[in-house]
Design a protein around this ligand. Structure first.
Ligand code: ATR
Length: 277
């Protein structure tokens, strides 16, 4: 492969115009005075493989991948990390010097890093976790919780079979609870995670009775628009420690930036401000 002095990276998705990653990467490039470019790329499903295969030839060192391509890129990659294989999706591609495409998934890493930063006392040993929702995001969250050592996870989803499918994938540490009973699991949980799209601007609110929550429970929402969802507001009013979802978006980008541009960037107020615009 040709040696390029200025690293190129970017993010592939469809749509892509709304992506916050270019703002974040450009902020970090400027902050750390690194040479490099990071570009948004709108790629239709049918073009995914040809675009990915052409990027290394154009001097790209890697790219992030967002919806709807996160599952499909795993088939295109030559190698995948264990965590990407376990989650069944990738959000980071590394174009290696030997020509191989290496897929990774840093969503779970970003989730845990955000939890630790937002709730400094948080540790896997604090007790069971409740996960609401059973889509792709829940898969990454559950994989990362198990990976760091959480022993018990209650999982509740409106469509119960999707939660059961996740339970089959992750094993006995996961217990499925009916969606209508989601409120019941909260009193036994030390960590509560909303992975559903409920509460996002334009979506209905997540309505789970929070009266059973213990004070000090760590409650986090993957929704970051709005930053403080009603769910988080209610949890805060109930005495919980709340962590918004923006940090997960920022932390999941850290490994890619470090790999491509050679500096490990900080997730701080300036990085948050850069993506909030
Ligand atoms: P992601 O990849 O971000 O997790 P997804 O795979 O579309 O997105 O999953 C969305 C999650 O939000 C699912 O758990 C979904 O529940 P269903 O599996 O029952 O569809 C949940 N969700 C979306 N709208 C919902 C609603 N109105 N009530 C309850 N759950 C909802």
């Amino acid at each position: 492969m040709t040696e390029h002095k200025i690293p190129l990276a970017g993010v592939i998705g469809n749509p892509i115009a709304h992506s916050k990653s270019p703002h974040l990467f450009r902020h970090w490039l400027k902050t750390y005075n690194r040479p490099g470019f990071y570009v948004p790329m709108h790629v239709a499903e049918g073009d995914l493989e040809s675009v990915i295969r052409s990027l290394p030839k154009m001097g790209f060192v890697g790219c992030n991948v967002t919806l709807p391509h996160k599952v499909d890129v795993l088939q295109i990659a030559d190698l995948a990390t264990d965590r990407a294989t376990l989650i069944g999706a990738a959000n980071t591609l590394i174009f290696r010097r030997d020509g191989k495409i290496h897929a990774d998934n840093t969503d779970g890493y970003g989730f845990i890093a955000n939890l630790k930063q937002g709730a400094p006392g948080w540790a896997p040993s604090i007790g069971p976790a409740a996960v609401l929702g059973a889509g792709g995001a829940a898969r990454a969250v559950i994989a990362s919780l198990i990976d760091v050592g959480v022993q018990e996870i209650f999982l509740s989803n409106r469509t119960r079979p999707k939660a059961e499918a996740l339970q089959s994938a992750f094993g006995t540490k996961v217990t499925v609870v009916d969606w209508v009973q989601a409120g019941n699991i909260l009193e036994d949980s030390a960590t509560v995670v909303n992975t559903t799209s409920l509460g996002m601007t334009g979506q209905p609110e997540l309505r789970v009775p929070l009266d059973g929550l213990r004070r000090g429970t760590v409650v986090t929402d993957l929704v970051y628009s709005p930053l403080k969802t009603r769910f988080l507001q209610e949890a805060e009013a109930a005495g919980c420690v709340t962590v918004d979802g923006l940090g997960m978006l920022l932390h999941q980008a850290v490994p890619g930036f470090e790999r491509w541009f050679g500096t490990r960037p900080e997730v701080d107020v300036d990085a948050r401000a850069a993506v909030l615009g």
